[in-house]
Design a protein around this ligand. Structure first.
Ligand code: ZN
Length: 136
C-alpha cells in the first residue's frame, strides 16, 4: 500500500537518484500501483535499488523484478502485466519495447503499452514523381 505522502516522497527521491525519471512520472506510476500488497518500506527499498542499478531503464521495472525485493516479500508480488504490443513479454521490461525506445521510435512512457508510431515513411505523391533529370 502506498499513501499519497509516501508516493510524493518516493517520487522525488527516485528523481534525485535517477534524474531521467521525472518526479511527476514516478508519482503517476506510484499512484497507479497504490494498492501494491507489499509494505511501503519494501516498496521504497526495491524502488531505490532499481534506481541505483544502471542496467534498469524502465522506472516501473522494480514493481515486478524480483531481484529488488526482500526474499519474504517476493511471493506476494503481483504477476506482471503482459506487454500490449509484444506477446510473451512483461509490460514493465519488454525487451522489444526497450529496443524501440533505444532506437528512438517509442517514447519511454509507452514501454509495455500499445503504441502506433507516426509513419515517417508515408509516401507522398511528390516522392513518387520521377526526378526532373530522370532519363537524362
Ligand atoms: Zn513491448
Amino acid at each position: 500500500m502506498i499513501t499519497e505522502n509516501q508516493a510524493k516522497a518516493l517520487a522525488s527521491l527516485l528523481h534525485e537518484i535517477r534524474p531521467r525519471w521525472s518526479a511527476p512520472a514516478m508519482l503517476k506510476l506510484l499512484e497507479k500501483n497504490h494498492t501494491h500488497p507489499a509494505p511501503f518500506a519494501d516498496i521504497a527499498a526495491a524502488a531505490v535499488s532499481a534506481a541505483r542499478d544502471p542496467l534498469i531503464d524502465t522506472p516501473g521495472a522494480f514493481l515486478h523484478d524480483q531481484r529488488f525485493w526482500p526474499q519474504e516479500t517476493r511471493k506476494h508480488l503481483p504477476r506482471p502485466a503482459p506487454c500490449q504490443d509484444h506477446i510473451g513479454e512483461p509490460a514493465h521490461q519488454c525487451r522489444c519495447c526497450n529496443a524501440d525506445y533505444k532506437a528512438g521510435i517509442r517514447p519511454m512512457d509507452m514501454i509495455g503499452r500499445h503504441y502506433d508510431p507516426p509513419n515517417i515513411y508515408e509516401p507522398h505523391i511528390e516522392d513518387n514523381k520521377a526526378p526532373a533529370n530522370a532519363g537524362a
